[in-house]
Design a protein. Structure first.
Length: 740
């Protein structure tokens, strides 16, 4: 039986599977068969009688991975593997605490809070103690508590060097006391409580040290500080620990993952062997050469080189677009060509660094009728923050829209509770009016009278303030006036939501450029009439794009996802888009210690998702997050050998001798943007007589200079660099610019 298990393993895999009773570090490159090695190692130990299932502890990072390994093991061995301790860190700690609840100081029936329940408890604590929830947002406090626990720190061990942190520590103490009193734990508490229990009770620790003769850990590069400490406690002097991971794929530093744990493992566990799984069974040679060349630029690697016997394969195709729309058109044309060549849609993936980038591709796929699926996320117009903003837009357009009112009447929170909303609905039903009319007549009740009046004033104020403004400017105004954007800016984890809200401005701008704000309506007699109400047209467009183009589960569909979401997946055709400085690598990474190296590891992950054909693309100009950006190619393109690249457009020179790797943003500081705009094909004069370089005035944004223009007739769009507001893209038909 054991010889059958070992069949078809390559030499390093065979060495890893048949290791003697010793600790070892397995550096498992992308596509090198690490899951097979892990499961076969366990099966070999069980089959050869070296250990019973109860003597094995196997840690995975997802429940899905644990179930997959158990299923594979069940088909490989004749013993009952269900008694084995296999699961996620949190799952295994829960199992431990259920058995040792007394020692852990928990009630036998303790319950686990999910993220929303944890937030609810924190909000309750803030309210009970009269704490300003704007100064101490619940989500931010939740992050503070979880981060402390993941470092193994109770509230009395957290160092506070300022008054704000001291207050957070006090709230952490109140939170701990509330959890203990109510017999509940959060996810981070499962790990911390288990670790403390093992630390405190020597006999208990010695029992598990003796029990688990073999500990195997998957995705070791993603372990955080407390998880590593927990493993050290569980591993006794006679425990063989097998750590399997890839330091080149450590991309979760923002979640607390410590890639340095792989180096610590070498020091603390003194592994007898470091085995490198470098043969890749997924990708062609050109793709692996690109990945190897890129990742060599990182320092402190444990080091490995991926290779394959599948041949060199095709070169990596590179496309430079003038704009993000041109980039999306290239991707769409390439997808259609792949479909015509018989490539299944499920084997095609579009990757991007930021969620907000998905919108322009979704729009193209929607118009082309190509089914797609946003993996690990929602389509652009289905994202909660976008739906909130669209609800405000609907109310500005039509205050009688009950669904829109219900969505945002108390979001962001303004003191209009569920009871007041219920009163409002009852009054509206009884009197046969809309919720807006009921609200205007005081139907929400006396308790909500002031906040409801403020809400009504907000909507009316936005309608007045945006009268005559172009659609993108209306969206920009409502994001600020509603405080939606500010709400997410204050949230440490709200960056993606802020970017999506800002991208809604780009969506409105793109809609105007494509349609001129006109929607075609079919009349009863079959004739077609036009509505020139841009807001109504855009709302209809958004509703249609939020329809059923995203494929149902089980139906073939193109895959769209962030690079983070793509880890562990593979596709025949991969489009890595938005390869621009400031976008990938992201601006934020340039200010973080080790941030650029993590961005490079993220790019390494993106490259190694491709099996047969890899595309790189970027745009010279991109309307992103409501701002126009002028871009230079990502430094990562320079780090891939030129011999591996096939340029589908003219290879760019060093544009305007700009510093090639300076972070870019939507401003013009230190850059001759006017010259740059002209150099990439802008017309020197618009159909309306305005010219690039001309000084203009706008009623809202003040004085500025036109730096770019495109389109013709009613569809002319200009980019103006305003003194006080930076670069704005405006439709000339609506912007009402005045020449100075």
């Amino acid at each position: 039986m054991s010889s059958k298990l070992l069949a078809n393993l390559n030499e390093p895999q065979l060495t890893a599977v048949t290791l003697p009773h010793t600790s070892a570090l397995i550096l498992a490159g992308a596509g090198s068969g690490k899951t097979r090695v892990l499961t076969t190692r366990i099966a070999w130990l069980l089959t050869t009688g070296q250990v019973s299932p109860s003597g094995v502890l196997a840690v995975t990072f997802t429940n899905k991975a644990a179930k997959e390994m158990l299923t594979r093991l069940s088909s490989m061995v004749q013993v009952n593997v269900r008694t084995m301790w296999m699961g996620t860190f949190h799952g295994l700690c829960n199992r431990f605490l259920r058995m040792h609840w007394r020692e852990a100081g928990l009630p036998q029936t303790f319950t686990i809070m999910d993220t929303q329940e944890q937030l609810s408890m924190i909000k309750r604590i803030l309210k009970q103690n009269n704490i300003d929830d704007e100064k101490f947002p619940a989500k931010q406090l939740s992050w503070f508590i979880s981060s402390a626990k993941e470092e193994g720190l109770r509230s009395n061990a957290v160092e506070a060097f300022d008054e704000y942190t001291r207050k957070q520590v006090e709230l952490y103490q109140l939170y701990e006391a509330t959890c203990q009193r109510e017999g509940v734990v959060d996810f981070a508490e499962l790990m911390l409580r288990c670790y403390e229990c093992l630390s405190k009770f020597e006999a208990l620790r010695e029992h598990y040290n003796a029990r688990f003769r073999y500990i195997l850990v998957d995705e070791f590069q993603d372990t955080n500080t407390l998880q590593y400490k927990w493993l050290r406690l569980l591993a006794g002097p006679n425990t063989a620990v097998l750590a399997v991971g890839d330091d080149d794929q450590s991309i979760y530093g923002f979640r607390g993952a410590k890639v340095a744990n792989m180096q610590r493992f070498e020091h603390d566990f003194a592994p007898a062997k470091i085995i490198k799984l470098e043969q890749n069974y997924r990708s062609d040679g050109s793709i692996l050469e690109a990945a190897n060349a890129l990742i060599r630029n990182n320092n402190g690697r444990l080091g490995k080189e991926l290779w394959t016997d599948q041949g060199h394969g095709e070169p990596i195709r590179v496309f430079q677009g003038y704009s993000d729309g041109e980039e999306a058109a290239f991707v769409l044309d390439s997808v259609k060509a792949a479909m015509n060549d018989g490539v299944p849609l499920d084997d095609i993936a579009i990757l991007y660094r930021s969620n907000a980038q998905s919108r322009v591709f979704e729009h193209g796929l929607f118009n082309a009728g190509i089914p797609y699926r946003v993996y690990g996320g929602l389509r652009f117009f289905e994202r909660a923050e976008v739906k909130h903003a669209m609800a405000y837009l609907r109310l500005i357009n039509n205050p009688e829209d009950d669904n829109a009112l219900l969505r945002v009447v108390n979001f962001p929170p303004r003191g209009i509770g569920a009871k007041s909303i219920e009163n409002l609905q009852q009054v509206a039903t009884a009197t046969g009016v809309t919720l807006w009319q009921a609200a205007c007549s005081g139907g929400a009740g006396s308790r909500a009278q002031v906040p409801m009046a403020q809400f009504i004033g907000l909507i009316e104020g936005m309608r007045i303030a945006t009268k005559g403004l172009a659609l993108p400017e209306i969206v920009r105004h409502l994001l600020d006036a509603s405080t939606l954007k500010a709400l997410y800016v204050a949230d440490k984890d709200g960056q993606d939501r802020v970017e999506n809200l800002e991208e809604l401005i780009s969506a409105a701008d793109n809609f105007l450029r494509e349609t001129g704000g006109v929607i075609h309506i079919e009349n009863f007699d079959g004739s077609i009439s036009e509505s020139d109400d841009p807001m109504s047209a855009f709302l209809a467009h958004a509703s249609l794009e939020a329809g059923d183009t995203q494929a149902a589960e089980g139906r073939a569909a193109l895959q769209m996802m962030t690079v983070h979401s793509s880890k562990g997946l593979e596709f025949d055709y991969v489009f890595m888009t938005g390869l621009e400085e400031g976008l990938f690598p992201h601006d934020n990474s340039l200010n973080d210690d080790g941030g650029l190296e993590e961005e490079r590891r993220l790019m390494y992950v993106a490259i190694t998702r491709a099996r047969k054909r890899l595309h790189f693309s970027y745009a010279q100009m991109r309307m992103l997050h409501g701002q126009t950006r002028y871009n230079v190619p990502s430094r990562f393109l320079d780090e891939v050998p030129a011999a591996l690249l096939k340029w589908l457009s003219a290879k760019p020179k060093n544009l305007l001798a700009m510093e090639p790797h300076a972070p870019l943003s939507g401003d013009s500081s230190g850059r001759n943007l006017s010259s740059f705009a002209a150099s990439i094909g802008s017309a020197s004069r618009t159909d309306s007589g305005f010219r690039i370089g001309q000084q203009v005035s706008h009623a809202k944004f003040g004085h500025g200079v036109i730096i770019n223009a495109d389109g013709s007739g009613k569809n002319v769009q200009v980019e103006v660099n305003f003194v006080d507001h930076g670069i704005k893209r405006l439709a000339l038909e609506y912007a009402k610019l005045t020449a100075i």
